[in-house]
Write a protein that binds this ligand. Sequence first.
Ligand code: B1M
Length: 210
Amino acid sequence: MATLNDVSQCVLDGELDEVKALVQQLIDAGIDPITIINDGLIAGMNIVAPLFKSGEMFVPEVMESADTMNEGMKLLKPLITDGDIPSKGKIIIGTVNGDLHDIGKNLLIMMMESRGYTVVDLGVDIKEEAFVAAVKEHKPDIVGMSSLLTTTMMKMDSTIKQLTKEGLRDQIKIIIGGAPITQEFAEDIGADGYSEDASTAVELCDRMMT
Ligand code: B1M
């Protein structure tokens, strides 16, 4: 019988095929999908992170781990998304310009959809003008921005400035997150909210929508 540790190890080793088999075994054994995400897949990425930082893992290996995590998430997503819940609101989400990290963003999207939000995923490397165009097109209640790099976090500031310049700022709430982001930074750039993880981001949106 597969364990959550086996799933973490698979993410660390970048074992794409094996992760699918292990996640499926855990699903079949009745393990809660959120537990598989948090204590299996994310726990694996949490082992990868310090190894990448210390130079013991390199970009290609980290990408294999990221792909493995996403492969596992694909199996879990349908189980935590209830298509029958009426939409609580619309949110557009993107990773800011210059930044290609999308695992946290994808996780957030999965959680938002599972809690009844309609989500438009803009993807990664999203320029200021693309956020503006998306707000005009989709008319969301909330705009979410993700950044994992200290070199890209100021793109959140320039995006908010651009939305303000276009006269759109008052029509939306803006939430931000990602490893280098703090509550203080969010206040400094005039975002409406910050969350350190996907679960609290959903709670933050719930508060904003009431
Ligand atoms: Co990159 N990377 N990376 N990387 N990478 C970090 C971020 C880094 C901290 C690693 C390190 O050196 N310690 C470092 C940044 C340092 C800094 O800026 N100070 C770094 C670097 C330097 C780089 C490159 C420059 C490396 C290089 O090429 N030399 C390069 C940049 C590429 C680019 O973006 N232009 C790069 C590339 C990559 C990979 C492609 C190999 C891969 C990304 C694959 C992918 O995303 N598809 C990668 C990865 C995987 C990481 C680490 C190891 C893990 C990130 C991750 O997925 N974590 C990361 C180390 C770390 O974060 N400690 C690192 C798991 C994920 C579930 O967590 O994304 O934090 P996270 O999301 C969380 C919260 O932050 C929050 O909720 C999520 C879930 O709970 N959250 C939000 C995120 N967005 C939110 C938005 C919200 C609310 C909450 O509201 C809208």
